[in-house]
Write a protein that binds this ligand. Structure first.
Ligand code: NAD
Length: 487
């Protein structure tokens, strides 16, 4: 496909409306995590290229921010429509570099396009206010204005939709932007930028810098005074360091960080539906999802039935190359991710967990060479096991039991994270009580996928700052100016 040809040419930096190679023709390899196949060489840009991109975005800002919201929305809608038209090609690229099953990649492209579309429309609804004046001879208004140059850093686990979730609202608000995609998954970001180029965004409005120097490029984005807003999705550890770096220039910062989602199964739940939902929530993207269920608490009276069903469904999941028909669980992204899964399972088993399904690596065969792990269910989980408090980011589902509603809420909230939580129950009073008491930004009550362009996404506590999507999302890319007029 044309993509890979262009990528092979390694002109993958899109700065000021043109494609560039990295200085000296430096490149880095992108490989398929399932097969080990070499996919492309990308330009290995660094701090200097990030700086150039920031300067291009700064030059483009006055004209872009002065275009109408209608015009910006029209361009974003065109780009979104092109993404939908090319969903199959884009999904194939996404699966090749990330490993997730094709069906999940298709879903990610479609929701990613919807993020662009939704935020385009929100740009047209970014209203100011008329405020009651402080004196009879004054009139007071608020203007909503774009914050300025935005720097965005995205992770490898949702390499398409995290990009559109950030660039959509930034561009719709009238900001210009620079994106630095994850080192492991720059190909689909490159495809997004080819679509932006074709769509006709003016030069410098949206810039892409691929490269391997994560820390150096991140530092430049967080400290360069021309950048007015930093938006990051990734680990809590890196998010905290960027927040500290951004403090010096008092940048606006949005962070979407790690989570440790509990799923609580109450005795009044539909156990069959709850078991299927918990399995879907844990094993999506091989467990490499920030809102994945990390730990399950099931009420003791229904624990046996629930666990048996979860184990049975899990044993039926098909592991393999995400590009192959019917595969539900792809590889871990890399050796480090795999080692963490092995460590968490060994730690849990050493502390008394019982393996109810899986529990071992899958030896690759049929031309595969990636890091695969069996979808694993662990019973008799206890709070001292790493799986119960650290993000495993892999296909491991630990199950513990509880007796009362209060105990379940206490256990669920006993974490520094607060991104997503789930519970399964039918009693309406309980559904309201538990939803209110869970200390999380996103709660799925009998819903394992509480996401959508119109739903605010973000975490409490150390899971982040700000919200993406929903009607709030675009607000994080705008400033409010109060204007008081004497008449
Ligand atoms: P990561 O923090 O290692 O990397 C995220 C991005 O930051 C990548 O582009 C990476 O190259 C870059 N990066 C790495 N070190 C950097 C540094 N020192 N300075 C600047 N940038 C740096 O995270 P990851 O492993 O790519 O992603 C997984 C993590 O992301 C998990 O913790 C997951 O929960 C979280 N995540 C959160 C959300 C959310 O919306 N809350 C969504 C997806 C992933």
């Amino acid at each position: 496909m044309a993509t890979t040809q262009a990528a092979r040419a390694a002109r993958s930096l899109f700065i000021d409306g043109a494609w560039h190679a990295a200085p000296g023709g430096r490149t880095f390899a992108v490989n398929n995590p399932a097969t080990g196949a070499h996919l492309a060489e990308m330009g290995d840009g660094g701090v200097a290229e990030v700086r150039q991109a920031i300067e291009a975005a700064e030059r483009a800002f006055p004209a872009w921010s002065a275009t109408t919201a209608d015009r910006r929305a029209a361009l974003l809608s065109t780009a979104a429509a092109r993404m939908v038209e090319r969903v199959d090609d884009l999904a194939a690229v996404l699966t090749s570099e990330n490993g997730k099953p094709l069906a999940e990649s298709r879903g990610e492209v479609l929701i990613g396009a919807a993020f662009l579309q939704w935020n385009a429309e929100e740009g047209r609804r970014a209203y100011g206010q008329v405020v009651p004046p402080t004196a009879p001879d004054r009139r007071v208004l608020t203007f909503r204005q774009p914050v300025g140059v935005v720097a965005a850093i995205t992770p490898w686990n949702f390499p398409f939709s995290m990009v559109t979730r950030k660039l959509g609202p930034a561009l719709a608000a009238g900001c210009t932007a620079i994106l630095r995609p994850a080192r492991a998954t720059p190909l689909v970001a490159f495809e997004i930028f080819r679509i932006f180029e074709e769509t006709g965004f003016p030069a410098g409005v949206v810039n892409l810098v691929t490269g391997t120097d994560s820390a150096g490029m991140g530092r430049e984005m967080a400290t360069n005074p021309l950048v007015r807003k930093l938006t990051f999705t990734g680990s809590t550890e890196v998010g905290k360091s960027l927040l500290a770096l951004a403090a010096d220039s008092v940048k606006r910062v949005s962070l979407e960080l790690g989570g440790h989602a509990p799923s609580i199964v109450f005795d009044d739940a539909d156990i069959e539906k709850a078991a299927a939902a918990v399995v879907a929530s844990r094993f999506r993207n091989a467990g490499q999802t920030c809102i994945c269920t990390n730990r399950v608490y099931v009420q003791a009276s229904v624990a046996e039935t629930f666990q048996a069903r979860v184990a049975e469904i899990t044993r039926g999941l098909k592991v393999g190359d995400g590009a192959a028909q019917g595969v539900q669980i792809g590889p871990l992204i890399d050796r480090r991710g795999f080692a963490k899964v092995e460590e968490h399972v060994a730690d849990a088993v050493g502390k008394g967990a019982r393996v109810l399904a899986g529990g071992a690596p899958v030896r690759p065969s049929n031309g595969l060479s990636g890091h695969f792990y069996q979808p694993t269910v662990l019973g008799r989980a206890t709070s001292d096991m790493k799986v119960m408090y650290e993000e495993t980011f892999g296909p491991v589902l630990p199950i513990a039991t509880f007796e009362t509603e209060d105990e379940a809420i206490r256990l669920a909230n006993d974490t520094p994270f607060g991104l997503a939580a789930y519970f399964y129950a039918r009693d309406v009073g309980r559904i309201f009580r538990v939803s209110e008491k869970l200390d999380y930004g996103i709660v799925g009550a009998n819903d394992p996928v509480p996401v959508g362009a119109h739903i605010p996404f973000g975490g409490y506590k150390q899971s982040g700052l700000g919200r993406e999507n929903g009607s709030d999302g675009i607000q994080h890319f705008m400033e409010t100016k109060a204007v008081s007029i004497g008449i």
